[in-house]
Design a protein around this ligand. Structure first.
Ligand code: SF4
Length: 328
């Protein structure tokens, strides 16, 4: 067994200082993913910096109508929060589509965004995996890759990002607040995760020592019709084969605002900017939706086992947008 130090700081500043002072440290929130990876030997931190007691567990309405969500707010609490259910229902739906009730009671907002891929070869120490061990190869390329990416993948990694919440937050134009050795910064959730390129070991743009402190849902998408839809192999406790989060605002018969994001298709939540550009200003007819989604998915590069995902994503997006048009 590898020894591992455990620290429990009182403040965000103490947490980041502890992380910087202990090379090989990991932040520990709910631990629902990290502890599993430690048991498997995939992740072997020297130090755990427990952030679960930091004062980051509040959900705060802001004066401009936005909602600030602390990084340690539990997934169950966020899904049930009246403001989230009423004004950003896609976020609540995404949370309830993820994991099991027991896991949602423990998992945190920040930790949900930072889940590692569930690629089985990543979790299997006997298999080559560039994400786990850079330069070792990618077992998934030659083996079964039914669940893997169709968009944005590279010859170094074809894994998908597992967080449903990230997909919903991307469509909601949410931002994430980070605090690190160089101070604080705020970036779009859409910009948080990376495509694999030649460095699949790096899931996000988070810098060494930085900690997610909050997520903010902006006011402009609040109370617009929105939906999260997910297809998985079983009814619960399974990751997305494909998912879609959509926000739609139609005025005078034309699309005024649309946000569309896919999950289960890429190494990060995939914001469908081409589809959105094709729909803004158009009548939201079934034909217009099909053309827009097809324009987006023309970028797909399916692998031997997963061509079905492109069709599945197309059908999901069409169903989601059609449902929002009808809900006006
Ligand atoms: Fe590893 Fe990525 Fe290949 Fe899976 S797809 S084995 S995570 S390199």
């Amino acid at each position: 067994m590898k020894p591992c130090a455990y620290l429990r700081p009182e403040t965000v500043e103490e947490a980041t200082a502890a992380h910087v002072a202990h090379p090989g440290a990991h932040y520990l929130g709910g631990g629902t993913n990290l502890v599993d990876l430690m048991k498997l030997g995939v992740t072997t931190p020297d130090t755990l910096v427990d952030i679960s007691r930091l004062p980051l567990d509040g959900v705060t309405p802001l004066p401009d109508g936005a909602l600030r969500i602390g990084a340690t707010v539990r997934n169950s609490d966020l899904a049930a929060h009246p403001a989230v259910r009423g004004r950003w229902p896609l976020v609540s739906q995404a949370l309830l589509a993820g994991a099991s009730e027991q896991l949602r009671n423990t998992a945190t907002t920040g930790g949900n965004l930072l889940q590692r891929t569930r690629c089985p070869y990543f979790q299997d120490l006997t298999q080559p995996c560039n994400k786990r061990l850079p330069g070792s190869g990618c077992a998934a390329l030659e083996r079964v890759h039914r669940d893997h990416a169709v968009l944005g993948h590279s010859r170094h990694c074809i894994a998908t990002h597992p967080s449903d919440l990230s997909v919903a937050l991307t469509a909601a134009d949410a931002t994430v607040a980070l605090y690190g050795p160089d101070g604080g910064r705020e970036i779009a959730v859409e910009a948080l995760h990376r495509l694999p390129g030649g460095r699949p070991e790096q899931d996000t743009v988070i810098r060494p020592g930085e900690l997610i402190t909050a997520v903010t849902l902006p006011a402009h998408g609040a109370a617009l019709p929105s939906v999260f839809r997910k297809v998985r192999d079983r009814a619960s406790f399974a990751f997305a084969l494909a998912s879609v989060a959509a926000v739609l605002d139609v005025r005078d018969g034309r699309v005024r605002h649309v946000a569309l994001a896919f999950g289960g298709l890429a190494h990060r939540p995939w914001r469908a900017r081409r589809a959105e550009a094709a729909l803004v200003g158009a009548e939201p007819t079934a034909a217009a939706v099909d053309r827009a989604v097809d324009a987006e998915l023309a970028q797909a590069r399916p692998l031997r086992d997963n061509a079905y995902k492109t069709r599945l994503a197309r059908n999901l997006a069409r169903e989601a947008l059609t449902r929002l048009v009808a809900a006006r």
